[in-house]
Design a protein around this ligand. Structure first.
Ligand code: FAD
Ligand code: NAI
Length: 476
């Protein structure tokens, strides 16, 4: 039986990053992945393909809506969906191959197959799986030994029993990144990150998009002004929101589907669509892992329970990271945990600062945030100053025709330490990175305000907001 210092089940951002770091720290490492390619949800069917489509569709919309203003004359702009998908598939193949390269470079031994726990030090690798994205069935089976095991099996879409996914008319994000033609009408269930991003892709390409959301507004408890602004912009772009609507059922009908929703008034109505995208969240993927057999405990919400200081489960020697444990289901959070868990195993001070994990919705404009929002600060009884700046007066934003947007910094009233930030606007993801770093360093809003920012850049919007938090914004 082959023996390793560490066996990792799952080759997504959590698992492959842990594998590389463990190898750097001189551990012998095995990684077990059931998919034919490494990279997990993120590289295969998540972050990367969705961003490839967001970029393609944004170019298409920009060509229609902005080129003329720039003086660019482009007659007859048409969308070739097959070519867009081909480009996306090529990008996915390249990034997945990049992870393969990292495994080889770091001498991580790759096992193709389904991993399950035999004990706290043994993993069975079997290959019974069939279906899309799965490794080919060859019925082979082997068991390996490891001093430590990390579970990094990620997550899968949540499905509703009354909305049976058939992959054609009723779909999840896995299918929405691979449609072969632009649906005339797409109904999205859930105004979360997937709904807004993939809804935007297909709206830009010509679909009518209706988003049905159970809650009264976007982004739950996030900054209210920011989420209202994002909603207004997305509505202006043509997305229709049905807030506080309950989905009763969806049924395939003809070449499309019918969704029955209940309005806040109690009235039910049927909406016809070519495609219904169910995007109501994701759940940890723990099927067939044998967790109960070895005694790994779950949280109340069904994720693997870990000690967040060392990511060890209730079973010594068995660890868990990424989407299958508590916390935001984000690739960058999973990767941070991948590094930290093996550093702690190696006796180092691995740490993840869960208070400073940025969140981004890659719509246009983007929506990004980090740290605490105003409602959370109020709940905690923390007094704060608000610094606000707008995209409209920023010279670079004007040149880019990106006047829609604002950035808000929340700083402790007594210490001026930055506690949170929220941004709606072009390249908000990049702008929030500066404030994420500032927060990680415990910076004050004045630290940011007194840092020289290149002119003319969107980053000056961050400086403006920091000045505003101190009450002396020059450009407002
Ligand atoms: P995963 O990436 O899910 O990887 C787990 C891997 O384990 C999978 O490859 C799976 O096949 C394998 N596996 C599971 N069980 C077994 C088993 N028993 N044996 C062998 N292998 C197994 N996050 C961001 O931060 N930014 C984004 O822009 C973003 N966009 C997204 C867009 C979409 C459409 C989706 C669906 C998700 C997106 N996410 C994004 C979320 C991100 O993909 C996840 O947070 C991230 O992939 C989690 O990493 P992970 O390693 O924990 O799990
Ligand atoms: P989500 O949790 O972001 O949003 C789900 C939405 O569906 C919520 O607004 C919820 O109120 C609503 N909802 C739930 N049940 C409903 C029902 N029955 N009827 C109507 N609405 C309902 O989940 P989503 O968009 O599926 O994404 C899953 C995960 O993937 C997220 O946790 C996210 O972190 C990750 N992701 C991250 C991205 C990014 O970082 N840019 C992009 C895409 C996904």
């Amino acid at each position: 039986m082959k023996e390793f210092d560490l066996a990792i089940i799952g080759g997504g951002p959590a698992g492959y990053v842990a594998a590389v770091r463990a190898s750097q720290l001189k551990m012998s490492v095995a990684i077990i992945e059931k998919r034919a390619t490494l990279g997990g949800t993120c590289l295969n069917v998540g972050c990367i393909p969705s961003k490839a489509l967001l970029d393609s569709s944004e170019h298409y919309e920009s060509a229609h809506k902005r080129f003329a203003e720039h003086g660019i004359q482009a007659a007859e702009i048409k969308m070739d969906v097959a070519q867009m998908m081909k480009r996306k598939d090529k990008i996915v193949a390249e990034v997945c191959a990049g992870v393969d390269f990292l495994m080889k470079k770091n001498k991580v031994e790759r096992f193709l197959g389904f991993g399950s726990l035999v004990s706290a030090s043994e993993v069975k690798i079997s290959n019974p799986s069939t279906g899309s994205g799965q490794a080919p069935a060859d019925k082979s089976e082997q068991t390996i030994k490891a001093k430590k095991i990390i579970i990094a099996t990620g997550s899968v879409p949540i499905e509703l029993p009354t909305v049976p996914v058939d992959g054609k008319a009723i779909i999840t994000s896995d299918h929405a990144i691979a449609l072969t033609k632009v649906p005339k009408h797409m109904v999205v269930i859930g105004a979360g990150v997937i709904g807004l991003e993939l809804g935007s892709v297909w709206r830009r390409l010509g679909s009518k998009v209706t988003v049905v959301e159970a809650l009264p507004r976007l982004f739950g408890t996030a900054d209210r002004q920011g989420s209202n602004l994002a909603q207004r912009i997305l509505e202006q772009q043509g997305i229709e929101f049905l807030f506080e609507h309950k989905v009763e059922k969806a049924e395939a009908k003809g070449k499309g589907a019918v969704v029955t929703v209940k309005a806040p008034t109690g009235e039910s109505k049927a909406i016809e669509a070519d495609v219904v995208l169910c995007a109501i969240g994701r759940k940890p993927y723990l099927e067939g892992l044998g967790l109960d057999k070895v005694g790994v405990k779950l949280t109340e919400r069904g994720r693997i329970d870990v000690d967040f200081h060392n990511w060890q489960t209730s079973v010594p020697g068995v660890y868990a990271i990424g989407d299958c444990i508590n916390g935001p289901m984000l690739a960058h959070k999973a990767m941070e945990e991948g590094v930290a868990v093996v550093e702690v195993m190696a006796g180092q001070a691995g740490h993840v600062n869960y208070d400073v994990i940025p969140g981004v919705v890659y719509t246009h404009p983007e929506v990004a945030w980090v740290g605490l929002g105003e409602e959370e600060l109020k709940e905690k009884g923390i007094e704060y100053n608000v610094g606000r700046s707008f995209f409209k007066p920023n010279g670079r934003a004007k040149a880019m025709m990106e006047g829609d947007g604002q950035l808000k910094i929340l700083a402790d009233k007594k210490t001026d330490r930055i506690l949170g930030a929220f941004c709606v606007g072009a390249q908000a993801a990049q702008l929030i990175a500066e404030l994420t770093l500032a927060m990680e360093f415990g910076a004050s809003s004045e630290d940011v305000a007194r840092t020289c920012h290149a002119h003319p850049t969107l980053s000056e919007i961050v400086k403006d907001a920091a000045e505003s938090a101190g009450g002396w914004a020059i450009h407002q």
